[in-house]
Design a protein around this ligand. Structure first.
Ligand code: FAD
Ligand code: NAD
Length: 407
């Protein structure tokens, strides 16, 4: 006899989607539901490591994990396809190559770069989006260095790397570049003083809103390693080889330009007609789409309100992983007409890398970390994420092994 099981479809195998899927296999038996995970690629990638892939300080293969290695295909049907839109009236998902019906849906398709309509940015700047876009940044940057001594007309600015936006992504990226650029100079016989790394930030400070002491540490540490900052410098335009900044329309030229000035929710949300607030869904307390009780929206696609601070939580891997755990339990509750639990975020702090041996952040109720201890903590956090998604085996294969080497 064929038993018709409810169909749970999870869109996106990032932190939120993969965690939801793995937890669903724990809270539900095979007889209770069919679980389907849809992802653009046949691999998950560690989004939080993408700045390292872009700078070339780690190999891209370290940051990606084949889904078939971490998801049991006895329990989960894997579909590698691109989601185009959700048709919530028909309860189906339109993929590039097929359509899929669902009873319960989890939308966890992550972020897209947001250029805020800045002239030329979309066309001329690279952005940290996924593994392939970061490989392109790495290759382009290396090509600029390889070309320099082979072209008598090469101008010094072709070696400059401009990073637009001094939020966490921009700062972590320049931290890696401070390590990578000296290596590239050595490899291609280029004087280190010729290759500039410039971070351009619109507000008067990098990491606006973050702890002052930690900001000062990060800025001084990066400057000591050759990073230049242009603060209070609003980027107005991006040309093929420059940013135009500030009221005076100053031109800063470069051979590699990366935009890290902001992110928004995946464009599938808009294509699906979901009600959006600045590109994301303002979800209910139990992380559902307000207009459809069978659709959960997680991770960088969702605004989750922090009632204490009266603003949304910043989108992070940490919150996305916790949402995955909560959502698997809530889907089970929904299936059995039980009450759902509101999502509660347990903040474990924020740590940022400033290259592989430096960092800063605050953990455990505000305790501040600087320098090597922070770098060790960041690697422990990176390994923890691998552990949560793929156990000890995944740490052994892909982990930042022996983080204490940093000390
Ligand atoms: P993601 O992890 O981005 O996953 C989305 C998935 O959906 C991907 O697998 C993607 O391929 C897939 N997908 C996208 N579109 C489609 C489609 N149309 N069809 C099919 N599949 C699709 N947060 C922290 O907590 N700590 C950090 O140290 C940290 N560092 C960061 C460093 C960088 C460089 C960046 C960019 C972000 C960092 N963040 C960090 C933020 C964190 O990475 C995100 O908040 C987190 O990845 C969100 O998880 P998610 O599951 O929503 O999306
Ligand atoms: P963001 O929005 O946090 O920062 C973007 C920065 O670009 C801001 O400082 C903004 O002032 C600046 N900017 C915007 N427009 C500009 C312009 N025209 N000219 C110059 N500067 C401009 O984006 P992000 O850094 O990509 O971070 C996205 C999310 O990912 C955040 O929630 C962050 O917490 C998270 N993240 C966390 C970590 C970590 O925990 N280590 C690392 C990376 C990202």
């Amino acid at each position: 006899m064929n038993i018709v099981r409810p169909k749970i479809v999870v869109l996106g195998a990032g932190y939120a989607g993969l965690m939801t899927t793995k937890q669903l296999t724990k809270v539900l038996s095979p007889e209770e539901a069919e679980i389907i995970l849809v992802n653009k690629h046949n691999y998950h990638y560690e989004t939080t490591w993408l700045h390292e892939v872009a700078a070339g300080t780690i190999n891209h293969n370290q940051a990606r994990v084949m889904l078939s290695d971490v998801v049991s295909q006895n329990r989960v049907r894997l579909i590698y396809d691109e989601v185009e839109k959700v048709d919530k009236e028909e309860k189906k998902v339109v993929l590039s190559n097929a359509e899929l019906s669902y009873d319960y849906l989890v939308v966890a398709l992550g972020f897209e770069s947001n250029t805020f309509g800045i002239k030329g940015m979309e066309e001329n700047a690279f952005a940290i989006k996924d593994i392939d876009s970061c490989r392109l940044i790495r290759e382009h940057m290396e090509y600029q260095f390889a070309k320099y001594n082979n072209n008598p007309d090469a101008e010094d600015h072709s070696l400059t790397i401009l990073v637009g936006g001094g939020g966490f992504t921009g700062i972590e990226l320049v931290g890696e570049l401070a390590e990578r650029v000296p290596e590239l100079c050595k490899k291609y016989d280029i004087d280190r003083s010729k290759a500039k790394i410039i971070n351009v930030e619109a507000t008067p400070s990098i990491l606006p809103g973050f702890d002052e002491e930690l900001i000062t540490y990060a800025k001084q540490s990066l400057e000591a390693r050759g990073v230049e900052f242009r603060l209070g410098a609003m980027i107005k335009e991006c040309t093929e080889d420059s940013f135009i900044v500030g009221e005076e329309a100053e031109e800063i030229k470069a051979g590699t330009i990366v935009w890290t000035g902001g992110v928004t929710g995946n464009s599938v949300l808009g294509a699906s007609g979901f009600e959006l607030n600045r590109g994301k869904v303002s979800v209910t307390d139990d992380l559902r789409l307000p207009e459809d009780e069978n659709i959960f929206v997680l991770g960088d696609c969702a605004w989750v309100w922090n009632k204490e601070a009266d603003r949304p939580y910043p989108p992070t891997a940490q919150i996305a992983l916790q949402q995955g755990v909560a959502t698997a339990k809530n889907i089970k509750a929904l299936m059995y007409n039980q009450p759902l639990n509101n999502f509660e975020f347990h903040d474990k702090g924020t740590v940022a890398s400033l290259g592989s041996t430096d960092g800063m952040g605050s953990v455990f109720n505000g305790k501040k970390l600087f320098g090597k201890p922070a770098a060790v903590m960041k690697k422990v956090v990176d390994n923890r994420s691998l552990f949560l998604l793929g156990g000890v085996g995944l740490i052994l294969r892909k982990g930042k092994l022996n983080p204490f080497d940093t000390l």
